[in-house]
Design a protein around this ligand. Structure first.
Ligand SMILES: *[C@@H]1O[C@H](CO)[C@@H](O)[C@H](O)[C@H]1NC(C)=O
Ligand SMILES: *[C@@H]1O[C@H](CO)[C@@H](O)[C@H](O)[C@H]1NC(C)=O
Length: 261
């Protein structure tokens, strides 16, 4: 992946290599202090290398969840994507992701040959150039999901929502969840935290309006029934089967809802 705008390890490595070069130039003076300096610089370079090579293709997302200390269901979407493709097959062609860090997730999903759009439900503070580009092109939108979504009915094959519904009270959930269903044709996939889980974004109450409320599976299932939404059992079964086959255990609860007929 080419986009690594705020990778501290990369910066460290770059800084390291500059001092490395200047150390070599200065080495002709042959001071013992310089040799010590060289050893330290070497160590920094090595650490930088280890950090930057541990990222992999989903490095950005992993960095996000690592840096903030806790589980991010948005990074879980990335891990679950191959399994979701098994559960939904070729019908997964135009996906809307809704949730914080959508700007980071969308480019990673795009690499998988699927048309992907995003909604960032909260104001962004640190916007990378690439994210700005996605917003300018309308691929990612910043939109308050307490209000109707800025899309026509059935605009997407699938809507995937992560780390967003956990911050809504039932009063808003009552409106937001049917909205997500409205803009989909083949289903809505919900990633939500397990009760008791440490949230990656736990500290940002001011931004999210309230702390995450992590609800149990039975709470969600009751809520779906109350709001007239139906779980897609076929998709759920296929997802479970594909997960078992790949020994994949989602770090978040995953629910599959049917779209409106
Ligand atoms: C949500 O909607 C359901 C049914 O439409 C209703 O029974 C429930 O009281 C509502 N909850 C809130 C908090 O508005
Ligand atoms: C349920 O999911 C399956 C994929 O597993 C899909 O083929 C089917 O169309 C879905 N049903 C509804 C009503 O969305």
């Amino acid at each position: 992946m080419s986009r690594r705008p705020v990778n501290p390890s990369r910066r460290l490595a770059d800084g390291g290599s500059i001092s490395f070069v200047s150390s070599i130039k200065a080495k002709s003076q042959n001071s013992p202090l310089l040799s010590i300096g060289l050893v330290i610089v070497g160590a920094i370079l090595l650490i930088g290398f280890i950090y930057s090579s541990s990222g992999g293709s989903s490095g950005d997302i992993k960095d996000v969840s690592k840096l903030e200390g806790g589980v991010s269901c948005t990074s879980e979407v990335l891990h679950a994507l191959p399994i979701l493709k098994k559960a939904y097959g070729d019908s997964m062609r135009k996906v809307l992701h809704v949730g914080p860090d959508s700007c980071l997730l969308v480019p990673s999903l795009l690499e998988e040959d699927t048309e992907v759009w995003g909604i960032e439900p909260y104001e962004l503070d640190d916007v990378s150039a690439k994210c700005k580009g996605l917003i300018r092109r309308g691929i990612v939108r910043v939109a308050d999901i307490k209000f109707p979504l800025p899309y026509r009915a059935k605009s997407f094959s699938h809507v995937i929502v992560s780390d967003a519904l956990d911050y809504l009270s039932p009063r808003y959930l009552n409106k937001t969840l049917p909205e997500l269903v409205r803009v989909s044709t083949e289903g809505v996939v919900i990633f939500s935290g397990y009760p008791g889980q440490q949230r990656a974004r736990g500290g940002e109450v001011s931004k999210f309006g309230r702390p995450a409320k992590l609800r149990s599976a039975s709470w969600w299932i009751r809520f779906f029934v109350q709001t007239g939404l139906e779980e897609n059992e076929t998709a759920g079964k296929k997802f479970a089967q594909a997960s078992a086959k790949k020994a994949y255990k989602p770090a978040c609860q995953v629910f599959h809802l049917k779209s409106y007929p």
